[in-house]
Design a binder for this molecule. Sequence first.
Ligand code: ASP
Length: 349
Amino acid sequence: MLPIQTVRLLSFTCLLAMAMNASAETPGDAANGPIAIAIHAGAGTMNPDEMDRQLEAQIRGTLLEAVQAGHHVLRLGGSSLDAVEAAVKLLEDSPHFNAGRGAVFNSEGKNEMDASIMDGSNLQAGAVAGVHNIRNPILLARRVMTHSPHVMLAGEGAVSFAREQGIEFADDDYFYTERRWQQLQQAKQDADVKSAHADAKYPDRWMSTVGAVALDSHGNLAAATSTGGMTNKRYGRVGDSPIIGAGTYADNRSCAVSATGHGEFFIRATVARDICARVQYQGASLQQATDDVVMGELVRMGGEGGIISVDAKGNLALVFNSQGMYRASVDSAGDIRVGIYKDDAAAGE
Ligand code: ASP
């Protein structure tokens, strides 16, 4: 038998350890709230009859991998910010989507990228616009949020900031994809800024962007969006993706939104903020708010595209007024869905 002092000491040590655990509630420790995540990788004209089946399988595989990467962070008790960053980084690393490695070319044959991220717990946000040779623009956007007093940095200034911050660069070859190059040649022939339809086997004959929204077990929402913008763009054109309130928004009091579509319309309709404002001030459900904005306001204006969103209870809404949207989600019950076309039923549709 143990002497009584030893038993007391052991009990005291156990109690101390329990107390320390209870008070060590830092991001990364598991909490009990619901978790949910959704991602998108662009919306547009997506015709299943034209889709190369092997390519479709690859795209679905990457969407699944990205949503699972984010969900893994959430399951371990990680933050929604880390989850959306992990998912978007993986999509930026894929040549299939218009962000990071697969970014479209501007009229000068360069890849000029935009990205943003927002923390719904404190309304902090970071964004970059018109940056080049940055391997993962989403990491740079987050660095703007955490390591600068600013919200958005653009062009060469943002690139200098990236160098100072030790952000990873990649040379032009890394961003070269034959498909995007052909899209530029076609767009130049058509003298068209929007269209990107040189390669019939790809279904996304438009622009596209990648993004993620998440709710973590601590009740915090986050959103992230990254894009190469529009093929053949000129004059330093910037779309909605890096604009807080247009392409990206997150507020724990309402919801988190990431958008994809014709940026000029999304900017004018302040899409992401409008959805969250309807939830916050009107008491609209997430589904109602997203339907009203994407299928109502945007359609009236002629703006094509879609959004993904999650609210503070873990409800998801994935809504698009285009023919299709690359998307995936894991809802609060753990159900995983991957979709491209209208009739692929993803969570929140
Ligand atoms: N929203 C992006 C932009 O206008 C493009 C897209 O999502 O398709 O730059």
